[in-house]
Design a protein around this ligand. Structure first.
Ligand SMILES: [Zn+2]
Length: 188
């Protein structure tokens, strides 16, 4: 599943279109501090785990307020929270079973630069920090049956029934965005 999705240009274009919608919604709301008009101030940002062929290069949507000059950065499915890795990688890699072979861990390191330590940190984050996010308990109750916390994020991914694995992942990321907020989560 990972090799199918990571580096798949069509999947990246699809995520980008979701981000465009999220950005348009944020812009239409105006500045959260003074209600001023927001102007686009995107910046280049290349999260690890996206293909190098992305053209134009990945940019994170961001806005600058005309009145108070403060920056507004909308939520994003590509840039989940503050992570260096793209949200798709954090979800997919963490969702791999506990019984990941050494060979697979070696592949992850070679292809994505994800080390065993990072993988353990992500898993730990899904099992301990993520379940404590207050909006998660509300969102979890809307999924029937509620995903098993001990098996996150695989148990969450299973709740989405798209036609293929990339659609399911995109639905899962879309679900996660409001829980994370643009910068509201703790980095892992
Ligand atoms: Zn403002």
């Amino acid at each position: 599943m990972i090799s199918e999705i990571i580096g798949n240009d069509r999947f990246e274009v699809f995520l980008k279109s979701i981000d465009n919608d999220l950005a348009a919604r944020a812009k239409s709301k105006g500045c959260a501090h003074c209600n001023g008009t927001l102007h686009s101030a995107t910046y280049p940002r290349k999260p690890r785990g996206l293909s190098d062929s992305a053209d134009p290069p990945s940019r994170r949507h961001s806005f600058c307020c005309e009145t108070c000059r403060r920056r507004t950065t909308p939520a994003s499915v590509r840039f989940l929270g503050r992570r260096v890795y793209t949200g798709a990688v954090v979800v997919l890699v963490s969702a791999m079973g506990e019984g990941v072979t050494n060979r697979r861990i070696e592949e992850l390191r070679a292809v994505l630069g994800v080390h065993r330590r990072t993988l353990q940190r992500w898993r730990n984050w899904w099992r301990t920090v993520f379940p404590a996010i207050p909006s998660w308990s509300v969102a979890r109750a809307n999924l029937m049956p509620p995903p098993d916390t001990a098996a996150l994020p695989a148990s969450l991914l299973e709740r989405f029934a798209g036609p293929d694995s990339s659609m399911r992942l995109a639905q899962c990321l879309r679900f996660l965005v409001p829980l994370f907020g643009p910068y509201g989560d703790r980095a892992c």
